[in-house]
Write a protein that binds this ligand. Structure first.
Ligand code: ADP
Ligand code: MG
Length: 446
């Protein structure tokens, strides 16, 4: 867990070998079958590399696709599309005995040590299970190995015959770690390994993970929603939103000077040790879109406080602009209702009246505002379309009128620092660089 302590350290890591290379990976759930709903795009085209011996962090709000990505990397889930090169071999194409053999290399520690351990097995049996499954050495050597593992994770020999429920949360997580290490993997996915533990226990487990990494040359993917844990333990970090990586780079650098508007807003929510060095907290408006129906352009476009506006609306009052964005969200929700087959059937049967409150929504959002004609007319058209039972047309109409590059085009990954940090945002393009970020809805304005 070499943190950036000096140039030599950094150089060493830059030169180190790539262990895992992910190329355009997608993992969708459902969506097959003629009448099925749109698939959940849990991981939606991500590419990155993990270097040998590093701790690679993955942060993002709940539901952003972190666990799915972790599970897919170690083939607990089948990728929908893309490649996962592990030491140069694409593991998505392995099957049968090849896959089984490879699995030894890549293990997982789960968030909840409560439910991830089988309560009907003794601790010894739980740790030994993967050894048995792989027919590792002789029975006696397997038992010997378990005793060794118990001691490596700070448990005692006599714990062998106890059951998980006799243990504390921290001890159970030690068992989970011992089990993951049984087959001497190179790569371990740690999925929120300390999120369910008391703070004092968290520190001990983290120290254990760091020690084990040094001792056994492990490479970690460390998943967390807690940004401060990641900062402490990770060499590099990727920030995920709605199935995509928004920013990726050296941990300290990314924390000190985030380039992506999503990272900026995520980090602005962490309480700072020195309150006088105040950074305004950015409150994100609205709710995250459904992963069944992610925005067509940038994933973050519907909530981005730094969204680029179309040139003809650049000078619009930001309150009006905000209200337009919220109204578009309301209509998006209405049109999403249409996506479900059962709802379509219900509408045909005349059981559907969820479109009637659109005028109310319009009133709520715009009553107090002074709307120019070129804003109000398209809004009125959209209201009529929704009342007419055509929310998708309304959505499209507003998209055509108020949509900008952020709504229309997927951003590229831009290299934004000398150390190779990458950020997924249109604002890094020279033509948009000078557009003043809005960063609306700071908490101290409310
Ligand atoms: P995170 O770990 O960041 O909280 P997840 O990877 O668990 O996110 O979930 C990402 C998205 O995929 C969520 O919308 C979740 O509901 C969905 N999802 C996860 N697992 C499944 C599954 N087995 N079937 C259908 N949808 C799933
Ligand atoms: Mg998760």
């Amino acid at each position: 867990m070499s943190k950036t302590t000096g140039q030599s350290d950094l150089e060493q890591r830059t030169q180190s070998e790539t262990l895992l290379e992910v190329r355009n990976l997608k993992k969708y759930y459902g969506g097959d079958g003629f009448f099925a709903d749109a698939p959940v795009k849990a991981v939606n085209d991500v590419s990155f590399q993990i270097k040998e011996g590093e701790t690679f962090g993955l942060v993002g709000e709940s539901g952003s696709g972190k666990s799915t990505l972790g599970r897919t990397l170690i083939q607990l889930e089948t990728a929908t599309e893309g490649e996962i090169l592990f030491d140069g071999t694409d593991v998505t194409s392995l099957s049968g005995s090849e896959l089984k053999e490879w699995r030894r290399n890549a293990q997982m520690v789960f968030q909840d040590p409560e439910s991830s351990l089988n309560d009907r097995m003794t601790v010894g049996e739980i740790i030994q299970e993967p050894l048995d499954a792989h027919g590792w050495e002789t029975k006696q050597e397997r038992r010997q190995r378990v005793v060794e593992l118990l001691s490596q994770v700070g448990l005692r020999k006599e714990h062998y015959f106890r059951y998980p429920h006799q243990f504390s949360g921290g001890q159970r997580q030690r068992v989970g770690i011992a089990r993951a290490l049984a087959l001497e993997p190179e790569f371990v996915v740690l999925d929120e390994p300390v999120s369910a533990l008391d703070v004092s226990v968290q520190a001990k487990i983290i120290t254990l993970l760091e020690d084990l990494q040094d001792e056994f040359d492990l490479t970690y993917l460390f998943i967390a929603h807690d940004l401060s844990v990641i900062r402490h333990i990770c060499d590099r970090v990727a920030v995920m939103y709605l199935g995509k990586i928004m920013e990726l780079g050296e941990t300290e650098e990314l924390y000190n000077d985030p380039e992506n508007p999503y990272t900026q807003s995520l980090l602005s929510a962490i309480p700072r040790p020195d309150p006088t060095a105040s950074r305004e907290r950015i409150m994100l408006p609205g709710t995250p879109p459904s992963p069944r129906d992610p925005p067509k352009g940038c994933q973050f476009a519907t909530r981005c406080p730094a969204k680029i506006r179309p040139p003809e609306y650049e000078h619009l009052d930001s309150e009006v602009w905000d209200a337009i964005e919220r109204f578009r969200e309301v209509i998006r929700e209405r049109s999403r209702i249409e996506l479900g087959t059962s709802d379509r059937v219900r509408r045909r049967l005349g059981l559907f009246s969820r479109y009637d409150d659109i005028e109310e929504a319009y009133e709520d959002l715009f009553r107090q505002l002074d709307l120019p004609n070129d804003v109000n007319e398209p809004l009125q058209t959209a209201v009529e379309q929704v009342k007419d039972g055509r929310p998708r047309d309304a959505r499209q109409h507003l998209h055509n009128t108020f949509g900008s590059v952020c709504d229309n085009e997927r951003p590229e990954f831009h290299t934004v620092s000398e150390t190779g940090r990458q950020s997924y945002c249109h604002r890094h393009m020279s033509e948009y660089e000078d557009v003043e970020p809005v960063l609306a809805r700071r908490i101290d304005e409310e």
